[in-house]
Design a protein around this ligand. Structure first.
Ligand code: DX5
Ligand code: ZN
Length: 257
């Protein structure tokens, strides 16, 4: 069985996001797999529940939900009451990755957990005490994601990498969907992949069929895609294309080791 086929079967067998963290770059197995998480920011927000269901039916591995407070970023989206309604609408299965583009991430940990969020991805730039926030998120029963904006170096994230489930390297300035992919963020992804071979690494912003190969080659395995998936006539094929690109890069990486 090819590694791609094996990865596809593994995907089919489980929608659970199992991050296995590693502190060393030597000798560890590839614990991560290709996962595609549509961002529903650019969907018809009046139909958010059915849009989420549609994305899952089109093969999404998880849903990336963008929370903006009009302060950390110059835009407002929705908060935990909406997440609670969405959870009721879509059922327990879909994994909600909350991208918290907010100035006081500490404030929303418990409400988001209660609303049914699975992962709480906060921005390193938004807090003075990441260690405490990571603990609060875990104590609330959620996984931990840590995001950096384009202007933040990956070295600033590195001290926390063994304490989180996922690192998010932003490939646009957060705040809006439909922006141009920043290819110059790829060295951050490569560096993280080399340093933390088993870490889930997510990219977000301007990712679609034209830019996925850069992300995959650099070592990203969790792919957020908004407008490229949502506005496509065939979201299923876009999601499949994105996943295949990442699965092939993972296979190549494992053969090169
Ligand atoms: C931007 C958001 C992204 C965005 C992605 O601040 O975090 O999740 O919606 O959308 P596209 O893929 O259209 O850039
Ligand atoms: Zn996002």
């Amino acid at each position: 069985m090819s590694a791609v086929l094996a990865a596809a079967r593994l995907h089919a067998g489980s929608r659970v996001l199992g991050a296995v963290r590693s502190s060393s770059s030597s000798g560890s197995a590839m614990a991560y797999s290709a996962k595609i998480g549509p961002s529903i920011l650019s969907s018809d927000l009046s139909c958010l529940g059915s849009e989420c269901v549609r994305m899952m039916e089109c093969g999404a591995d998880y849903l990336h939900l963008d929370v903006m407070d009009g302060h950390f970023v110059p835009n407002i989206t929705f908060g935990h009451p909406m997440v609670e309604c969405l959870r009721k609408s879509v059922g327990q299965d879909p994994f909600f990755d909350m991208h918290m583009m907010v100035s006081r991430p500490e404030q929303w940990v418990k409400p988001m957990a209660a609303a049914g969020a699975n992962q709480y991805t906060f921005h390193l730039e938004s807090t003075t005490n990441p260690g405490n926030l990571i603990k609060e998120i875990r104590d609330s029963g959620m996984k931990v994601g840590l995001a950096i904006k384009p202007g933040t170096t990956v070295e600033e994230l590195a001290p926390w990498a063994n304490h989180i489930d996922m690192a998010l390297v932003m490939t646009v300035e957060p705040g809006f969907g439909g922006q141009k992919f920043m290819e110059d963020m790829m060295p951050k992804v490569s560096w993280l992949r080399n340093q933390f071979p088993s870490l889930d690494i997510e990219v977000d912003g301007g990712v679609g069929p034209d830019t996925i190969h850069k992300c995959a080659e650099a070592g990203a395995n969790m792919i957020v895609s908004g407008s490229a998936v949502i506005s496509s006539d065939n979201p299923r094929s876009v999601i499949a294309l994105l996943r295949t690109a990442v699965a092939e890069a993972i296979q190549k990486r494992s053969l090169d080791r």
